[in-house]
Design a protein around this ligand. Structure first.
Ligand code: HEC
Ligand code: HEC
Ligand code: HEC
Length: 97
């Protein structure tokens, strides 16, 4: 019974998820960004959704380029949030292939 319930929850999450996903607003940048060769693709829209469409967690302004982009900025930004949420990759090999 528990297994069936869990499956139902998973399924309904997926459905809500794809509904929101399809409605990603224009001007929100690329759906997926290949930051660098050898790095797993960055699911940009998926992150916008999990951030309740707030851009400022990553972009200081409304979007556009993140200033001073590079290893330090990226690691500070990406890993700390995954750590905090206990979701998303935190180990080197989960991001760097
Ligand atoms: C979890 C972090 C994160 C969130 C949240 C996020 N973005 Fe991004 N976004 C990035 C990263 C990383 C890049 C690529 C790095 C760069 O271009 O500086 C990017 C790139 C972009 C670009 C392309 C910039 C260019 O000129 O190539 C646009 C436009 C953009 N984002 C808009 C948005 C908008 C609008 C939102 C909010 C609805 C948003 N982003 C939310 C991380 C994020
Ligand atoms: C503000 C919080 C936050 C920031 C900043 C953030 N992430 Fe995430 N990320 C998450 C969460 C939460 C998940 C888990 C999403 C889920 O399971 O639905 C995740 C999941 C992921 C995943 C796995 C996606 C999947 O489909 O399983 C990748 C890859 C990822 N993040 C890369 C990055 C990279 C690269 C950056 C920096 C450019 C970044 N993230 C910045 C919150 C964040
Ligand atoms: C959440 C994903 C993520 C994790 C985990 C992560 N990195 Fe990164 N790393 C990135 C991103 C994003 C960049 C910046 C890529 C760019 O310049 O666009 C980067 C850049 C780098 C760079 C410099 C650029 C390059 O690719 O040559 C090195 C070296 C690096 N990381 C090593 C590591 C090591 C070692 C670990 C583990 C201790 C680690 N990274 C963990 C996402 C991650």
């Amino acid at each position: 019974m528990k297994k069936i319930l869990l499956l139902a929850v998973l399924l309904s999450n997926t459905m809500v998820y794809s509904a929101v996903f399809a409605a990603a607003p224009k001007g929100s940048g690329p759906e997926v960004i290949n930051l660098k060769t050898g790095l797993v693709p960055f699911p940009h829209w998926k992150h916008q959704i999990s951030n309740n469409s707030e851009c400022f967690n990553c972009h200081k302004a409304e979007g556009g380029k993140i200033g001073d982009w590079g290893k330090e900025t990226a690691h500070d930004l990406c890993i700390s949030c995954h750590d905090l949420n206990e979701k998303g990759p935190v180990e080197c090999k989960q991001c760097h292939k």
